[in-house]
Write a protein that binds this ligand. Structure first.
Ligand SMILES: [Zn+2]
Length: 323
């Protein structure tokens, strides 16, 4: 298998309306040191992100836990449906924070609570395992992680096998259960082993157009990448090609950049309170008269409003207490 294929396959295909022309982000160019060079360990206190080191840890853990059955398989989680958790008490997110944070403070705050969700899958072109990466964040100290439903399952994409969480220090957390899902708002709650974790607080209400926001996510394997912007509008949005999202649902449009791999990342206000979950992009593509080439004039970036996440956590908590 050539390098181009490998990188193309490793890019998370979990996008609902991602018409990036040419079929997705350009594959990264082959480098002489691909898979050869020893990668330094990620020092816990070091804020420089080592993508190759994190990816190697992720791939090694997926192979190890996959072979031992040490972490859940996405296909089985979806077949069994939401379990209501692994017997632990329902998570309660912390109270919203009232203190404005500086940019670096906000980065560190979000980085502490954001995880990489890595899953392995097989493509139809070869027999090897590939790795897809997406984003998620802690909403409960006991290991409750919020992400998009489409990170687990998307029609037309290769089914995912073992999934696990990785933090910015390179620590691996097995996924234990699918706690609750809301496919209609593209949300899922997973439980991971380990902790105690540092969850993010949730804003009490959905945001308004004009509010400043920040996103921490992992676009195309660029782990722990911080972007900022504003809520550009709140709008009803439907995706006729996704059977779960055909009904128009209130959606947050943001100017903070996201890309494939950002799915499930926290969108927060300046105080670090979650206002939404990074979800999808919709490029506005123009074809100039008489020209054969098309270009992307603007990319609309969207997120799921936090009110749906609050409702899902309550639902997951009820399911757990009834067990
Ligand atoms: Zn392949």
């Amino acid at each position: 298998m050539n390098v181009r294929h490998r990188w193309a396959a490793a890019t998370l295909g979990a996008w609902l309306v991602a018409f990036l022309l040419g079929g997705g982000p350009e594959p990264r160019a082959a480098r002489a040191d691909d898979h050869e060079e020893a990668v330094p360990e990620v020092a816990p206190e070091h804020l420089s992100v080592q993508d190759e080191g994190l990816r190697k840890k992720l791939d090694a853990a997926l192979a190890d836990l996959g072979d031992r059955g040490g972490s859940a398989r996405v296909t089985e989680l979806l077949k069994q449906g939401p379990s209501g958790g692994a017997g632990a008490a329902a998570a309660t997110p912390p109270q919203p924070s009232v203190k404005d944070l500086t940019g670096p403070e906000l980065y560190r705050r979000l980085a502490e609570s954001t995880v990489v969700l890595g899953a392995r899958f097989r493509c139809k072109k070869c027999t090897r395992w590939h790795t897809s990466t997406a984003s998620g964040f802690l909403v409960g100290a006991d290991g409750l992680v919020a992400t998009n439903y489409h990170v687990l399952s998307e029609e037309g994409k290769d089914p995912k096998d073992v999934i696990l969480a990785l933090d910015r220090h390179g620590v691996v957390y097995p996924v234990r259960a699918l706690v609750a899902t809301d496919p209609g708002h593209d949300l899922a709650l997973l439980r991971i082993d380990g902790g105690p974790f540092t969850p993010l607080p949730l804003a009490r209400t959905d945001p308004e157009a004009g509010e400043e926001i920040a996103v921490l996510s992992h676009p195309d394997g660029r782990f722990y990448l911080f972007t900022t912007g504003v809520i550009s509008r709140m709008a009803a949005f439907a995706d006729p090609r996704n059977r779960f999202l055909r009904a128009p649902a209130e959606t947050i449009c943001i100017t903070a950049q996201i890309a494939p791999g950002s799915s499930g990342g926290p969108v927060t206000d300046r105080r670090g309170n979650v206002v939404g979950v990074a979800q999808r992009i919709a490029p506005i593509v123009q074809t100039p008269d008489g020209a054969g080439s098309r270009y992307t004039a603007m990319v609309i970036q969207m997120a799921v409003p936090v009110s749906h996440l609050r409702a899902l956590i309550e639902k997951g908590g009820k399911a757990e207490s009834e067990k």
